[in-house]
Design a protein around this ligand. Structure first.
Ligand SMILES: Cc1cc2nc3c(=O)[nH]c(=O)nc-3n(C[C@H](O)[C@H](O)[C@H](O)COP(=O)(O)OP(=O)(O)OC[C@H]3O[C@@H](n4cnc5c(N)ncnc54)[C@H](O)[C@@H]3O)c2cc1C
Length: 224
């Protein structure tokens, strides 16, 4: 067996792989608007879209095929956990639970006897933090919690208007004729991945859509 650790390893794992915690859409979780930002309160379209996203996310999280968290590790012992399928629009307690479960999984991983020869020492949140409350408190105190993993997306979702969408399937913004959006903001559901390759695919598809527009108008002009 090699005594070297891989330089950098990123694993995306399902919720059921890190924990027995299962997302269940209790009426409280499903219908609660307690934690939503004010903009959702009087906007039935946005609420409908959020509920649809929540249903899909809960389904994905209840199986073993979709990633719930990413755990990124490298040779000098840095281990970062990132929630991949957040339910929060503002805040949702399920996301906090997923984050804590990912941290516990990382702790268990480093306790594996195979890794003992590297004498790992937990720095963050530190072994003093054992309960969930202590863990969150320690992470906040050490400034070790960030809101996003540099993968912003979904602020102008490509969705039907009745789900609070911003962009039509032809990339045009609702209510406009000449304004199109092609970037990570049009992705309606946060993908469990780093975004660059996904954005290359979105851009390729968008180029086809835009070229088709020109072909259409050129043939219309020829006909008149
Ligand atoms: C620090 C960091 C590290 C990352 N690491 C990775 C990684 O390792 N792997 C990975 O897969 N993803 C990574 N990502 C994520 C990935 O880079 C982004 O998700 C992706 O680039 C988003 O693509 P985009 O087309 O939406 O936006 P961008 O790539 O930001 O493209 C937007 C473009 O629009 C231009 N622009 C903005 N405003 C205007 C304007 N008014 N007029 C004209 N042009 C304008 C900008 O200059 C830019 O070129 C990382 C992101 C960050 C911030």
């Amino acid at each position: 067996m090699s005594s070297r650790l891989p330089v950098s390893r990123s694993r995306r794992i399902s919720l059921l792989s890190v924990s027995t915690y299962r997302i269940t859409l209790t009426p409280k979780l499903f219908f609660s608007t307690d934690h939503l930002p004010p903009v959702y309160k009087n906007n039935p379209n946005l609420l409908r879209g959020y509920e649809a996203a929540k249903t899909i996310t809960a389904e994905l999280l209840s199986g073993t095929k979709a990633a719930a968290v990413e755990v990124l590790m490298n040779a000098f012992g840095l281990a970062i956990s990132a929630v991949q399928r957040p339910l929060s629009r503002g805040y949702n307690p399920a996301d906090k639970t997923m984050m804590i479960e990912a941290g516990k999984w990382t702790r268990r991983y480093w306790q594996n006897p195979v890794l003992a020869r590297f004498s790992p020492v937990e720095v963050t949140p530190g072994v003093a933090a054992q309960t969930d409350k202590e863990t969150v408190h320690a992470l906040l105190k050490q400034d070790a919690l960030t809101i996003i993993f540099a993968h912003q997306s979904g602020t102008c979702s490509m969705l039907p208007d009745k789900y609070g969408g911003c962009v039509r399937s032809d990339l045009r913004v609702y209510g406009t004729k000449k304004l199109s959006i092609v970037d990570a903001s049009i992705i309606p559901l946060v993908p469990a991945t780093h975004m660059q390759a996904t954005m290359y695919a979105v851009a390729e598809k968008a180029a086809d859509i835009i070229k088709l527009r020109n072909i259409f108008w050129r043939s219309v002009k020829k006909m008149v």
